[in-house]
Write a protein that binds this ligand. Structure first.
Ligand code: SF4
Length: 376
């Protein structure tokens, strides 16, 4: 069981909060796609013959690719790797890129899940975030996506934008659920260095919302989604029954994945690799038969820490039997001992052999996780 992530490193413009690698010059698109397929061939043995269960086109902006190009990439990948009978194939789409016929063509190409970057239904927030689309375009995009037969649709929302409150978040959630979306990813705005917002913060032109408001927003988010039939399967991810993202879940369950494209990361249970964040260097290296990546070997403690970091964010939590069998009794006991105080404070609970965060604990997940990590 394995996944493939494909990084499409092109955007029409840069959003103010985004620190993903992309460029706005799309003249290299053709060369990039050829290099991508070449990289897949060069790394055909990376997944060691494991069946590909999921493909995720992320970015950057995958919807800047023609659907025919997406179809060609999927076909080529099918020739290189063994695929399961019903792979989940997700395509990230920006609302302003959706045109009539496009979702249907993606469906014919094999895409069966769309992740739409709505981010907000408030045009002022969208402008502040530096998005290119407006709310009316998101409405039309969702109408076309559902109208053309793609029924597994995730919507991305960003909350915690300066100047907004729980009232704004509630309005965003209400407007999202006018449509029969099956999945919601709702991330709190984070201000990263190297972004426009990062520069504004340094210059004192951006003040992040306070912790109390953030907590109130997260509580509202969880409550609202639950009341509307969504399972909060990961801190920021919500799904209707049967629509948990198989691809994202594989990251959290430490299932191997191959990342193709500049800046894409790969994981094979023994190491992590990450490709160079430079389209030109990527194309040049791959075209001459090299993989331009760095690699970090993962020892037992690093794997354990990753397991704690990722699993505690999910509703499945930490499986103590897995820790004892896959790692060792010492790490198992270490977790049982350290988690005791969080269980007493009501921030964690032990259900048979799993440790999971409570709703209250999820609000402090970063601090709790940091304390549970073993020393390297
Ligand atoms: S948020 Fe998406 S569209 Fe905006 S710059 Fe980042 S990758 Fe590009």
């Amino acid at each position: 069981m394995a996944g493939i992530y494909i990084h499409i490193p092109f955007c029409k413009s840069f959003c103010n909060y985004c620190d993903f690698y992309s460029i706005t010059d799309d003249s290299l698109k053709g060369d990039f796609v050829r290099a991508l397929i070449r990289e897949a061939s060069l790394r055909s043995s990376y997944l060691e013959g494991e069946t590909v269960e999921t493909i995720y086109f992320g970015g950057g902006t995958p919807s800047l690719l023609e659907p025919a190009t997406a179809a060609a990439i999927i076909n080529d990948l099918r020739k290189i790797f063994p695929f399961s009978g019903d792979p989940e194939i997700t395509f990230e789409v920006n609302p302003d890129d959706v045109s009539e016929g496009m979702p249907g063509e993606l469906k014919k190409a094999g895409v069966n899940r769309i992740s739409l970057g709505v981010q907000s239904w408030d045009d002022r927030s969208l402008r502040y975030l530096g998005r290119r689309h407006d709310a009316a375009q998101s409405v039309r995009a969702l109408e076309m996506i559902f109208g053309e037969g793609i029924n597994n649709v995730s919507v991305d929302i960003i909350y915690g934008v300066p100047g907004t409150t729980t009232v704004d978040l509630k309005a965003d959630l209400e407007k999202t659920l006018v449509f029969p979306v099956t999945h919601l990813s709702a991330y709190h705005l984070t201000v990263e260095d190297g972004t426009r917002f990062g520069r504004m913060k340094k210059e004192g032109k951006l003040k992040e919302i306070d912790e109390e408001s953030s907590s109130a927003m997260y509580s509202l988010l969880v409550r609202y989604c639950r009341e509307h039939g969504f399972v909060n399967y990961e801190i920021s991810n919500f799904a209707k029954e049967g629509f948990i993202s198989r691809h994202n879940s594989s990251y959290w369950k430490q299932i191997p994945y191959l990342g193709l494209g500049p800046s894409a990361h790969s994981f094979d249970r023994r190491s992590r690799q990450w490709n160079v964040s430079d389209v030109r260097k990527y194309i040049k290296a791959v075209s001459s038969g090299e993989i331009p990546c760095e690699r970090e070997e993962l020892d037992k403690i690093m794997m354990f820490n990753e397991y704690v970091m990722t699993s505690l964010r999910t509703m499945w939590g930490i499986d103590l039997i897995h820790v004892e069998e896959f790692y060792d009794k010492e790490l198992h006991d270490y977790l049982v001992n350290l988690s005791g105080k969080y269980i007493t404070y009501g921030l964690m609970k032990r259900e048979k052999n799993t440790l999971v965060l409570t709703d209250q604990g999820r609000m402090m997940s970063d601090n709790i996780i940091a304390e549970l990590l073993a020393d390297l």
